[in-house]
Design a protein around this ligand. Structure first.
Ligand code: SIN
Length: 313
């Protein structure tokens, strides 16, 4: 689809990072290089019409609801245009899985929206950004592609399954038991399973109403761990929290103190969702459960809860 354009939306991250010393892969500043400059370094885009826009310039550890809203509205706007084949979003790796899940849950686009980033800054002799960006453009222009995906280190991941699984390696993302949905090899896509489906669980607000949303609901993630006694939950309830996702142990189990505090929070009208802190597997529900569960990871269950609270307003 070379006749249609690809829109590259920059949001920051290590892919846009700059280091003082060329070989410093740790002491650099993320989110410094413009998306336009990043595109200049990408080989093999010849002939592809590209438009770019700097939507944000953040280290993705600081990603927030206002930036998500801005990004979702820009994606929705560009996707409506007939001359746009797909979108690439450059993004920090630390919360990339959250933004990918958020965009798929909210937009479930028919055209591809491809998130990518890098584990080494743009100024590094070992920068992985240019190749990841080239692969992302390759997926964004594929006629068969649809939905939001993460393209990283030659792999294509579904936003439901993908997680950042490594702090340093260039292949920092994995999709656990499910595996990647495909690969990008020498500019060609080898698909193993279907492109992402629309997420069915949970209500979501219409994207155009989000422009008017001032403050988003407050939803926090709390953890069950040895010694967890529920005091954190009580403090959150006292602050007027809207929702709590609990990263429970094993198959959704909770310490007695934490469970009691969460049941009390639920009785006071706080939305509570249990998921597992395990890296693999999902919470399997049981008839005797007193707190609802989600099969998503805690950070993605938090997005479902945020969107359903927004939809309920
Ligand atoms: C970030 O997430 O913005 C910094 C880390 C990275 O992109 O790898």
């Amino acid at each position: 689809m070379k006749d249609k354009k690809i829109v590259v939306l920059g949001t920051g991250g290590t892919i846009a990072g700059r280091a003082q010393a060329a070989y410093d892969a740790l002491g650099y500043r993320a989110a410094e290089v413009s998306v336009e400059d990043l595109l200049r370094d990408v080989p093999g885009l010849g002939g592809q019409a590209i438009a770019s826009e700097q939507v944000a310039q953040v280290d993705s550890k600081d990603m927030d609801c206002a930036t998500w809203r801005r990004l979702a509205l820009r994606c929705a706007r560009w996707l409506q245009q007939d001359d746009v084949a797909g979108i690439v979003v450059t993004h920090g790796t630390d919360t990339m899985e959250e933004t990918a899940y958020f965009l798929q849950a909210l937009l479930a686009p028919r055209k591809p929206v491809v998130l990518t980033g890098a584990m080494r800054p743009a100024t590094s002799p070992y920068a992985d950004g240019p190749r990841n960006l080239a692969d992302a453009v390759c997926v964004a222009r594929a006629a068969s592609a649809s939905g939001v995906v993460v393209v990283f280190s030659g792999e294509i991941h579904d936003p439901v399954d993908v997680r950042k699984v490594h702090t340093y390696r260039l292949d920092a993302f994995g999709s656990g038991e499910a595996g990647p949905i495909g690969y990008v090899e020498e500019g060609r896509i080898r698909l193993k399973r279907n492109w992402p489906a629309a997420l069915s669980d949970g209500a979501k607000p219409p994207v155009d109403t989000m422009a008017g949303e001032a403050a988003w609901p407050r939803v926090e993630v709390v953890l069950n761990h040895a010694g967890a006694d529920g005091a954190v939950v009580q403090a959150l309830v006292a602050q007027g929290i809207d929702g709590i996702v609990v990263a429970a142990t094993g198959n959704g189990s909770l310490s007695q103190g934490l469970e009691a505090a969460l049941l009390d929070a639920q009785a006071r009208g706080v939305k509570v969702v249990r998921c597992t802190r395990c890296a693999e597997g999902v919470v399997l529900g049981h008839a005797a459960d007193r707190l609802p569960h989600s099969t998503q990871s805690p950070v993605k269950a938090r997005i479902d809860l945020l969107l359903s609270l927004l939809a309920g307003r």
